[in-house]
Design a protein around this ligand. Structure first.
Ligand SMILES: [Zn+2]
Length: 132
């Protein structure tokens, strides 16, 4: 953790913290048992702790890997006239639902309705590569 932004999903973060806690707990109790009764009785806890920490390292590296590639997605709302075939696409706004009346059609004056709401990948600037 060196100044990087926290993972977006709070549930995953909580789970990670729980596993971290358990791993540290088992590791320390394993070490404590090792001090008290010797290696034969403590290998279970030590192993659990080490496994937990290994799992943690894997999880953290996975989360960091995911964060470096944020999915560029936007939600779109498709508006369609209830009288004619006029369609309009715009970014989703809070409160949009299907079927919601959205003013009048610029083509015929009929009622525009929210027809569909769906996520779509953000339009990337098109790079025209010369094809021969
Ligand atoms: Zn219309």
């Amino acid at each position: 953790m060196s100044g990087k932004p926290a993972p977006k999903s709070p549930v995953g973060l909580l789970l990670l913290l729980l596993i971290a806690f358990l791993a540290v707990f088992f590791l320390f109790s394993g070490i404590a048992q090792y001090m008290e009764v010797g290696p034969r009785e403590s290998t279970g806890s030590l192993l659990l702790g080490l496994l937990g920490i290994l799992f943690l390292v894997l999880m953290v590296s996975r989360i960091l890997g995911q964060m470096s590639l944020p999915p560029p997605k936007v939600t779109l709302t498709l508006l369609q006239c209830s009288q004619c075939a006029f369609k309009s696409l715009r970014n989703f706004q809070l409160g949009d639902f299907i079927p919601k009346p959205m003013g009048s059609c610029p083509s015929c004056g009929g009622t525009m309705m929210v027809e569909a709401i769906y996520p779509e990948e953000e339009k990337r600037p098109k790079r025209r590569e010369p094809k021969f």
